[in-house]
Design a binder for this molecule. Structure first.
Ligand SMILES: C[S@@+](CC[C@H](N)C(=O)[O-])C[C@H]1O[C@@H](n2cnc3c(N)ncnc32)[C@H](O)[C@@H]1O
Length: 313
């Protein structure tokens, strides 16, 4: 398969802002845990000196192949490997550096993953209901949708899609799968179309597809595990930058940053006076950075992006 050009693959979001906030040492070591098409890595490489070292990670083997190829032009890019957030502490032992000046997490899926009908992420085109970011591991959305109980389906759609009609949609899925397996994105879309009518239909479709994507890829567990792991891989003074695209992603990032910047008081056994552990990070962005109107105009995918940056003390 030929890889598309970088722009066709994925246009990096808030690239200048990421580089501006993450690069504090032009001869340092940087890690992008969501390499995707390699756009952010390329932007960082352009801002770094020749002594700098850059590493990429992605759970999608196609992204790893694409980014490795694209980034061959940059001598600072040492390697791009396949791994998921939850195995990152072990995965980075493959690199020459073990502590980093900057780490980036650009969450969610790439345009390439969404636009490829065969990956099953999009309701706008028909394809197999797969939705795995790594098609070589785990099980896809077909297995989940055809085996989960009605209660589990309701919870997935409600908790990961924030969709108010979750119970009705779950009931419709169960009814439909009694006639035969639900195997395609068009079938799932048709079920949502039956239940939701009117102006909210497209938003509900997006929420239902988002819910199953999050469930299939264990995205929120992955995110919760990677925040402390990435933090511990930073050098003192190193920066963690996270771009999120919806509130379910942004909330844990915001909470993690706040809890490390302002740790809660602790009462030891039998102690009446609390201990205040020292803050472990400093917030660099008090409010998240969002894309300009010009960026959103040229890349509508950027519209919901929020960039938060913190520095390890
Ligand atoms: C929004 S894209 C990143 C695009 C990239 N910044 C660029 O400039 O092209 C997110 C990428 O993160 C990867 N990803 C998401 N969750 C992951 C996880 N838990 N572990 C590893 N990679 C993950 C996806 O496979 C996808 O390629």
């Amino acid at each position: 398969m030929t890889s598309p050009a970088s722009d066709e693959y994925h246009v990096p979001v808030l690239a200048a802002e990421v580089v501006g906030h993450i690069v504090t040492n032009t001869a340092g070591a940087y890690l992008d845990l969501t390499a995707g098409g390699g756009g952010h890595l390329a932007a960082m490489a352009r801002a770094l000196g020749p002594e700098a070292r850059l590493y990429g990670v992605d759970r999608d083997p196609e992204a790893v192949a694409h980014a490795s190829q694209l980034l061959r032009a940059f001598a600072q890019v040492r390697s791009v490997i396949r791994a998921e957030f939850s195995t990152i502490t072990t995965a980075v032992t493959a690199f020459e550096d073990d502590r980093f000046d900057g780490i980036l997490l650009d969450l969610g899926v790439s345009s390439r993953q969404i636009n490829d009908a065969a990956r099953g992420f999009a309701f706008g085109q028909d394809g197999p209901l797969d939705m795995r970011m790594d098609p070589q591991r785990g099980t896809g959305a077909t297995e989940l949708i055809n085996s989960a109980t009605e209660k589990e389906l309701t919870e997935i759609i409600r908790d990961f899609g924030e969709e108010r009609q979750a119970a009705r949609l779950a009931r419709a899925i169960v009814r439909e799968r009694q006639k035969g397996m639900i195997r395609t994105t068009a079938q799932l879309r048709a079920i949502v179309d039956q239940v939701i009518s009117g102006p909210h239909r497209i938003k509900s479709l997006a929420r239902v597809f988002q819910a199953f994507r999050i469930a299939v890829n264990h995205e929120l567990d992955e995110l919760r595990s990677v925040l402390p792991a990435a933090f511990s891989l930073l050098k003192t003074g190193g920066r963690l930058a996270v771009i999120s695209y919806h509130s379910l992603e942004d909330r844990p990032v915001k909470r993690f940053f706040q809890s490390e910047a302002r740790p809660q008081e602790i009462y030891g056994p039998g102690q009446l006076v609390p201990i205040y552990p020292p803050a472990r990070l400093k917030l660099i962005t008090r409010k998240p950075i969002t894309p300009s109107a010009v960026e959103i105009d040229s890349n509508p995918r950027a519209r919901s992006a929020k960039l938060r940056v913190a520095e390890k003390i």
